[in-house]
Design a protein around this ligand. Sequence first.
Ligand code: SD4
Length: 319
Amino acid sequence: MTLTGLAACAGAPLQPVPAEATEAAASPAAAPAAPIFIATWPFGQIATEHARTALLAGGSRLDAIEAGVREIERLSSDGSVGLGGGKNAAGYPQLDACIMDGPGHRAGSVAGVEGIVHPITAARRVMEHSKHVMLVGEGARWFALEHGVESIGIEDLDAKKKAWVARERKPVDGAGHDTIALLMLDAEGHLAAGCSTSGAGGKLPGRVGDSPIFGAGIYVDDEVGAAGATGQGENVMRYCATFWIVEMMRQGLAPQAACEEVIHRIAKLDPRGYQLDICFIALDRQGRYGAAASNQRFPFAVATKDTSEVRRVPRVTPK
Ligand code: SD4
């Protein structure tokens, strides 16, 4: 989504979307000292700052990631995260979220979950209180309820589904879509990440995007780095894009170069070339970070212990 679109679909201004975010290409020459937080979109600044506050208050990495993402879910800040986010074709939100911790390569995820206020918390509960990694739909809701995650009733959804089926049973052109993907490196050199979205507006009921999928919405390798994605999820998940970015970093590319290279590689493979609407952020364990987008300017938020800013990258130059 563009900045203009972002502003248009925001319910109430939560933070001033900076008129001129810092035009950033790569991360600064010297990596800032950890902890470092990086998140998608200007509203990501809310997430990076909440994550930082949680960490500096003595929370764990996962507490920080959860706190940052929860705040975006609570605000449904850009109209596309949380229960106030985009609706599917039948007129109700189905939410996707996941969380991943570098040490132990632990991961939890929920997809297509209904009436759950904080899917990121549900994802963390899956990671910490089940032997599974991912729960979907009805089962994800049951599990979240059983584990104390705040919820709302979904009794009205059945009627909405039936009405939609009786109409035409087609996807609709939904409003824009965005995602919060949040990555962090702590002072001990460990990485974590989280992601949450209501997904592509107007999606078919049951559609799952990239956001709850490891290697697509986010990926963390504690030896190397972490990456996160936003944009058209189908074009991210078909290429395991965040896994690919991390593997590029393993081969020696800086985060900025890795994000760009994966876009070029995907564009080369894909019939749509660069018209893919995909955007990435990445952070390595040295604290270097980067971002890239296939066909638009892409603002993202970065915070350290003492700084917080929104930067942006131009779309990649096709090659
Ligand atoms: C999805 N990747 O469900 C998400 C939506 C998004 O910018 O990030 N849009 O496809």
